[in-house]
Design a protein around this ligand. Structure first.
Ligand SMILES: [Zn+2]
Length: 125
């Protein structure tokens, strides 16, 4: 039990880190049609890339607890697949892992001072 929680926390932190990297990728490649993003799965050693359009990435990023991952890079103990196509799957984190993902969201942190539309999410967990 303890180990699983540990993995959940580590995974969420790692995912949040990669998400921060992808934020930069997005800024740099905004013009490209299908830029490559890093897989945002909970495996700390994962170096896979995903092909997402900016629009697809943005729609996933509109939720602080959703991450694009490669197929099979899903950890059902702390996340569920909410969307899937032939290029990638979208996972939504729940429980403690979801809380961490929410706290670590770079966009949320930036918005913390002003109005925060992210709070609407709180209700549905
Ligand atoms: Zn992965």
């Amino acid at each position: 039990m303890l180990q699983r929680d540990d993995h959940a926390i580590k995974g969420a932190k790692n995912q949040s880190l990669i998400r921060a990297v992808n934020e930069h990728v997005e800024a740099v490649v905004r013009e490209a049609a299908n830029p490559e993003f890093l897989c945002e799965c909970a495996n700390v050693d994962c170096v896979e890339t995903l092909e997402l359009s900016i629009m697809e990435y943005e729609s996933i990023r509109s939720s602080p607890v959703r991450f694009p991952v490669k197929h099979g890079h899903v950890f059902p103990e702390f996340e569920t697949v909410v969307e899937e196509n032939e290029r990638y799957a979208v996972v939504e984190k729940f429980g403690e892992a979801g809380e961490i993902a929410r706290q670590e969201d770079p966009r949320r942190r930036r918005a913390a001072a002003g109005s925060d539309p992210g709070t609407a999410d709180e209700a549905h967990t």
